[in-house]
Each structure stands twice: as structure tokens, then as C-alpha cells.
Write a protein that binds this ligand. Structure first.
Ligand SMILES: [Mn+2]
Length: 235
């Protein structure tokens, strides 16, 4: 299974990235509407965590079926995959993080979601006229995008370091590390909720907690600019 996805340039419309969604697809749709998103030509790239916490986790399958919607696996998708595969998951933590909709679902339903999540790449890249833009859920655990691509594509040896770094790491943002990632125009990540999108070197952190008290940040990839504005004051 290919854990790395490459998307050619969008020559017809605009491309956007969005941070964690966490079961708030209605709010996401409102943000897309206010950005004038056109599903006939535009594309939306999600940095993962489609599910848990919000009331519409189950809609993720419909969204993943849309031809203009692409996502990487977040740590919340990984939890569902691991739980389904009977890999040890701290169930209390998972439930406290909004996983009840999955934990309490029937085995058939759990399988449906886990299988779909397992098809998602861990990392993806999108071509723009000014270079490649990479996306992972939490962080790129290597100093160069080329290294990340190699490790994700070849997955050797049984490589949990890369997956865990991509899906869970908060090292860069905790350290305020502005060293960035080489071999790539920018890398866009979510996972750590912030009041405003924050750039560290060429790494953009865009989870502005649209699933909680914040708002959804949409980042247009060609200009690498934030196009959404908060619809309500951030507390
Ligand atoms: Mn996350």
C-alpha cells in the first residue's frame, strides 16, 4: 500500500489546505462556502484528524468519496486503525479524546472505517507553480522532505518512527524551531491547536481549532496565503 501520495498541479482551479476537522463537517462546509470554494475545479487537502470530538465523525466517509477531497492519516485515524487491528490502544485516553462513536460502533462499522482510514497516505505532496507543498498531520520528522518521502515510500525497517513523528510529534512547535524542511516549498501540518496559523521556517501550523472554540483556517496553496477569517471572536 502506498503511504505517500503525489498530486499534480491544479490547472483549473484553486487548492486549499485545512487543519484538523474532528467531526465538524458542517462548519468546514461553511468555511468553504465563505472562501468561494468551487468543487467543480477546486481541491481541498486535509492534514487529517477527520474524526472524534465533534458530532459528525461518521460523515468522513462521504467526504473521502468526494473527488476533490484528499486527506492524510491523523493520529485519530491511526487510533481507529490500531484499535481495529487489536494493536494496544489506551482505550480510556481514546474515549476521552472523542473516540466513543468508534469504540461503541458495531464490529462491521468499525471495520468499514478502519479499512478506509488504512488507505489514507501518511504524507502527501501537491505541485504548485512555485514548487512542491508537503502535508503531514503533525510534523515532518526529518530535515528534508526527500528523506521523509524515502522513508514513507519504502517503510524500512518496520518504521514506526516515521509514522509516529508524522502523526503525533509536537517537537517543532514546542521548541519554536524555525529551521524548516529542505527540498520543499512548504510543509503544512495540523495537530496542535493555535489561535492563529503560525509559520516556523517553511512549516505552517494551521489547526486553529475550527472543531472547538476557534475557526477553520483555509490556506490557498498557490499563494500560500490564509484565506479564511474568524467568523466569531476567538476566546
Ligand atoms: Mn491530531
Amino acid at each position: 500500500m502506498n503511504k505517500f501520495a503525489h498530486h499534480p498541479r491544479n490547472l483549473k482551479g484553486r487548492d486549499f489546505a485545512v487543519g484538523d476537522i474532528h467531526g465538524h463537517f458542517e462548519r468546514l462546509q461553511a468555511a468553504l462556502d465563505s472562501a468561494g470554494f468551487n468543487p467543480a475545479v477546486d481541491r481541498l487537502f486535509s492534514v487529517g484528524d477527520l474524526v472524534d470530538r465533534g458530532p459528525q465523525s461518521e460523515q468522513c466517509l462521504e467526504w473521502l468519496d468526494r473527488p476533490w477531497f484528499f486527506a492524510v492519516q491523523g493520529n485519530h485515524e491511526a487510533l481507529a486503525i490500531q484499535h481495529h487491528a487489536r494493536i494496544s490502544v489506551d482505550e480510556r485516553m481514546y474515549r476521552a479524546s472523542g473516540g466513543a462513536w468508534f469504540l461503541d460502533a458495531s464490529p462491521d462499522k468499525q471495520r468499514l472505517y478502519a479499512q478506509r482510514f488504512a488507505q489514507l497516505p501518511v504524507a502527501m505532496e501537491v505541485e504548485t507553480s512555485r514548487g512542491l507543498i508537503g502535508m503531514v498531520h503533525a510534523d515532518c520528522p526529518y530535515p528534508t522532505w526527500r528523506q521523509l518521502r524515502e522513508f514513507v515510500q519504502h517503510r524500512w525497517p518496520a518504521d514506526t518512527y516515521t509514522d509516529e513523528g508524522c502523526q503525533w510529534s509536537r517537537e517543532r512547535i514546542k521548541r519554536g524551531d524555525g529551521s524548516g524542511i529542505r527540498d520543499v516549498r512548504a510543509v503544512i501540518v495540523g495537530h496542535t491547536p493555535l489561535r492563529r496559523a503560525r509559520r516556523l521556517g517553511n512549516v505552517w501550523h494551521i489547526d486553529t481549532a475550527g472543531w472547538s472554540e476557534g475557526y477553520f483556517t483555509l490556506m490557498e496553496l498557490e499563494a500560500l496565503e490564509v484565506v479564511s477569517v474568524p467568523e466569531r471572536p476567538v476566546g
